[in-house]
Design a protein around this ligand. Sequence first.
Ligand SMILES: *[C@@H]1O[C@H](CO)[C@@H](O)[C@H](O)[C@H]1NC(C)=O
Ligand SMILES: *[C@@H]1O[C@H](CO)[C@@H](O)[C@H](O)[C@H]1NC(C)=O
Ligand SMILES: *[C@@H]1O[C@H](CO)[C@@H](O)[C@H](O)[C@H]1NC(C)=O
Ligand SMILES: *[C@@H]1O[C@H](CO)[C@@H](O)[C@H](O)[C@H]1NC(C)=O
Ligand SMILES: *[C@@H]1O[C@H](CO)[C@@H](O)[C@H](O)[C@H]1NC(C)=O
Ligand SMILES: *[C@@H]1O[C@H](CO)[C@@H](O)[C@H](O)[C@H]1NC(C)=O
Length: 456
Amino acid sequence: MLRTLLPIGAALLGATSVLADSIPTCSLSQKCPESAPCCSQYGQCGVGAYCLGGCDPRMSFSLDSCAPEPQCISRVMQMNSLDRIVDVSEYLGDSSKADWVAQGTPLVYNNEAVLLTMPANSVGTVLSSTGYMWYGNVKATLKTSRGAGVVTAFILLSDVKDEIDYEFVGTELEIAQTNFYFQGILDWNNSGNISLSDTYDNYHTYEIQWTPDSITWLVDGQVGRVQKKSDTWNATANQWNFPQTPSRVELSIWPGGASSNAPGTIEWAGGPIDWNSDDIKTYGYDFATFKEVEIECYNASSAPGTNNAVSYTYNNWLATNNTVVNGNNNTIMNNFQDTGLDMTSGAKAGASSVSSASGSKSTNSNTIPGGTSNGPGSSQGNTDSGSGSSSGSGSSSGGSTTGSASGCSTTGFSQSCDSSSGSSSKSDGGRVVGGERIIGASAFAVVIALGAMMVL
Ligand SMILES: *[C@@H]1O[C@H](CO)[C@@H](O)[C@H](O)[C@H]1NC(C)=O
Ligand SMILES: *[C@@H]1O[C@H](CO)[C@@H](O)[C@H](O)[C@H]1NC(C)=O
Ligand SMILES: *[C@@H]1O[C@H](CO)[C@@H](O)[C@H](O)[C@H]1NC(C)=O
Ligand SMILES: *[C@@H]1O[C@H](CO)[C@@H](O)[C@H](O)[C@H]1NC(C)=O
Ligand SMILES: *[C@@H]1O[C@H](CO)[C@@H](O)[C@H](O)[C@H]1NC(C)=O
Ligand SMILES: *[C@@H]1O[C@H](CO)[C@@H](O)[C@H](O)[C@H]1NC(C)=O
């Protein structure tokens, strides 16, 4: 579950520790303060992009602290350019202007696919869809990464941590692992495997069909697994432990075998990662290859599962499907100082989002969760890194989300609650530094150069 995301947040946040002590952390039992009301998916409080995708209303100052979530828009996304992919530091919530928000380094390969890359000692790359799906069908045509410790993922994740997964471990190239979670509660019995031909060498089309009553995982059109809601009743909690809230599509490559991760995570990921892998030696990075992603919104005419207004918000802390409101609240902020509590404070950011970022920097608040690899001036990263402390907190919050503090220390998959300092700094540094160097210089030039390298 959250192990997919936490390494990135932790790593980025750990890159710098200048402001570490000043960044509030958040969890179910510790909501954000009014001054930094939004709890990011990494468990840290801030404004701006902290209030966009991944902002957990249950852990935020109030239910309306997070920005409303852009509702589902059906679309077919040919992954053959970066035109519809924006860096997290440049996205203010207008889902019509971009398909994906990126953290890390996506590259175009040979005009036919987008590579999510993971250079040595980095934390990889994640793309999150700008629109949210409240049930519906999504499919991705992709080739996975390979090698010990390298994980590729194609998942649905809601802001309250409902989750439906495909995950691929780089040492098990003939298995697609599937899983689901309700509000981040760990349950080791929820996983299931689908066998298929080598996922590194072959494109497969992975599909998730999600309705209020069931989840169906299909590979190349063949049903591989079905999970019925009716089999998820939790008598203790008196509710269905079944994913039911609007979710973003997330595509990622990440180092499950990084030494900073918990031993169980490393083991699950196929062992310690090899930063001198064949792909890193040959191409400069491990990578996963995404060719096409298609979102088909669920078309219910009454809740749950509608998309006939503008946005999704929550009206109750329970965050079950009957607490989701498909309404007309605006999803677009003016700038990176805004929050769901005031989406139009100050001036609109100009075409140059860099200016807004620098504005936020001057006010010294957290505006980009996980930091950013983009834009000139590593100081932006440093500011966020203030949130760096978060790296530790981020992971621990993940643990708490899982329903109990014990989540942190458990068996395997929960991301290192103890990853605190050392670990995060390691993977962090790599990605932030690498990202700044690469993207800051000239994304286009680098894409061309690396693309050429790939054309063997
Ligand atoms: C939606 O908009 C209404 C009217 O402006 C406002 O009262 C409410 O707080 C908003 N809800 C959320 C969750 O932002
Ligand atoms: C998982 O399944 C085992 C065996 O059926 C059961 O004992 C255990 O309680 C289950 N765990 C959870 C979290 O449901
Ligand atoms: C799925 O495959 C992995 C790797 O072989 C294995 O460790 C795991 O137990 C399998 N899970 C299930 C539910 O069969
Ligand atoms: C049932 O719900 C309780 C309370 O939320 C939770 O602690 C427990 O892990 C859940 N059980 C399962 C099997 O998910
Ligand atoms: C939308 O409705 C049509 C017609 O009722 C149905 O065939 C289709 O499967 C629906 N799509 C989704 C994603 O539910
Ligand atoms: C979603 O909402 C419907 C209608 O309110 C309800 O019948 C259903 O049980 C809910 N689904 C889940 C998974 O809670």
